[in-house]
Ligand binder design. Structure first.
Ligand code: IPD
Length: 286
């Protein structure tokens, strides 16, 4: 994997394999989505992770197991990096980055704003800045929508019985007119920093939206329903597929001070808005 990943921007699978990876990501996300949506128990058994509000449901665990079982059959050599289980090592050229339910709190409360995110990436998703997505899908089961992309292949959204539409980021160039999506982590010290950034940003943008799923926020940027997205402290599984969907829809996804997303931030915006927004985020943190 590391040899192929040496040049993350240009190395990796060829066109035919990218098509196959994208199709598999979609199929996996649809299968896991069906499971969490249709087999949701009336009373969800809950556990907690980094804080009392960082919940994990029995369906997160079941859906990740479903994804891992499918990958073990269909891509047995590929490493797997998922939210709910320890990473699986492998010799394959791509690593699968899985979020079985992104927007778990929304899922818990019966909101539609949750998704399954599946991405094939080059590099090591455990090392910030050392990986890039090359194919992926974000499936929102409660709305029967699947956002998907592969490197160089454009980004599309397919609805249940629909044809699918090409995704394109908005034409917004002015930070003051930008509708900005964001999110908040589960730990109090992270939230303090996020609140500090918000105090600086809120007076400078059109408005802020907090949807509750980073993967869907990124897809909304790709579809032009948000102009941009910024969040500090998201994990690789939250953003892997959505990052590629934005990029293939013509957007730019970076860190705040780095070329690639890292724990200091993920910033997604149309190219003509990106520099201004990055400056506004940086100033809001000073
Ligand atoms: C969370 C969501 C949320 C974001 C948090 C993530 P989870 O993921 O993506 O929008 O603000 O930072 O942790 O816990 O629902 O998988």
């Amino acid at each position: 994997m590391r040899d192929v990943a040496e040049n993350l921007e240009t190395g990796g699978p060829g066109p035919a394999e990218l098509v196959a990876l994208e199709a598999l990501a979609m199929d996996l996300a649809l299968g896991a989505g069906r499971l969490v949506h249709e087999e949701r128990p009336v009373d969800l058994a809950l556990g907690t992770k980094s804080s009392a509000t960082d919940v994990v449901t029995e369906m997160d665990a079941l859906a990740e197991q479903y994804l891992r079982d499918r990958l073990a059959l269909e891509r047995p050599d590929d490493p797997v990096y998922g939210e709910e289980q320890a990473p699986r090592a492998g010799t394959g050229t791509v690593t699968w980055v899985l979020d079985p339910i992104d927007g778990t709190v929304n899922y818990l409360y019966g909101s539609d704003e949750y998704a399954v995110s599946v991405a094939a990436v080059l590099g090591d998703p455990d090392v910030p800045g050392a990986w890039v997505p090359v194919a992926g899908a974000v499936h929102q089961p409660a709305r029967s929508r699947t956002y998907h992309a592969r490197r160089g292949g454009g980004a599309r959204c397919v609805a249940a019985a629909g044809e699918g539409t090409e995704l394109r980021v908005s034409a917004c160039t002015d930070v003051g007119l930008a509708l900005l999506g964001t999110g908040f982590g589960y730990r109090a010290e992270v939230r303090r920093e996020q609140a500090r950034a918000l105090v600086g940003l809120l007076p400078r943008v059109r408005d802020i939206r907090r949807g509750g799923s980073a993967a869907l926020d990124l897809c909304s940027v790709a579809a032009g329903r948000l102009d941009a997205y910024y969040e500090r402290g998201v994990n690789a599984w939250d953003i892997a597929a959505g990052w590629l969907v934005v990029t293939e829809a013509g957007g730019l996804v970076t860190g705040v001070g780095a070329d690639r997303p890292d724990p200091a931030g993920t910033l997604a915006a149309p190219p003509a808005l990106h520099a201004g927004l990055r400056a506004a985020v940086t100033e809001s943190l000073d």
